[in-house]
Design a protein. Structure first.
Length: 187
């Protein structure tokens, strides 16, 4: 069994590292809120380093259902996410230049585990904000957990949660990491 990765595989991993770093500059996830008074919708856009969109308006509305306000300070992950991404990109470059298949397996497991942990963390935050409602809020609403992906109705708001360009880039990174396993498979 061949344990050295080909040059094509090396370039695939270098491309994965570059795309991974570029993903820091585009949103990874978003949520859009529609209601009769907001037919154009309100946005929450999540970059790996910051929140954007109609955060203050959404926080003002969430007050009525007893949801705690959120901001960049609420999510400490946003402060260290760039370091994690750059570290994985550097690890990918190291694996690319060492060209060892055994290291590639470790890289793929690390990347997949980081992705799974990230999705779990998103779910944890969505659950926390949707279930820890203030019982003294002006509008009494049963606790809820917004979906990571898909549509949900909360009072008169319809929310759509979705992955964005950054998530697509992360998917491409994963494919570029797995590609060498196919390219350099034993014949």
């Amino acid at each position: 069994m061949k344990s050295k990765l080909s040059k094509v595989s090396m370039f695939s991993l270098i491309a994965a590292a570059i795309i991974l770093v570029l993903s820091l500059f585009v949103p990874w996830w978003g949520m859009k809120f529609y209601a009769p008074q907001y037919p154009e919708g309100l946005d929450i856009i999540v970059y790996p380093t910051t929140l954007a969109g109609d955060i203050e308006v959404v926080n003002g509305l969430n007050h009525y259902i007893g949801m705690k306000p959120f901001s960049n300070d609420t999510f400490p992950e946003l402060q260290f996410m760039p370091y994690i991404i750059v570290a994985i990109a550097i690890l990918t470059i190291i694996v690319a230049f060492l060209r060892k298949k055994s290291l590639l397996y470790g890289l793929i497991v690390t990347f997949a585990a980081a992705g799974a942990l990230g999705i779990f963390d998103m779910y944890r935050w969505l659950k926390k904000f949707g279930t820890e409602l203030d019982p003294a809020a002006p509008i009494d609403l049963d606790p809820f957990v917004p979906p990571i992906i898909g549509e949900n109705t909360i009072a008169n708001f319809v929310t759509n949660s979705y992955f964005t360009w950054g998530a697509l880039l992360l998917g491409i990174v994963f494919l570029l990491m797995v590609f060498p396993l196919w390219k350099d498979r034993a014949k």
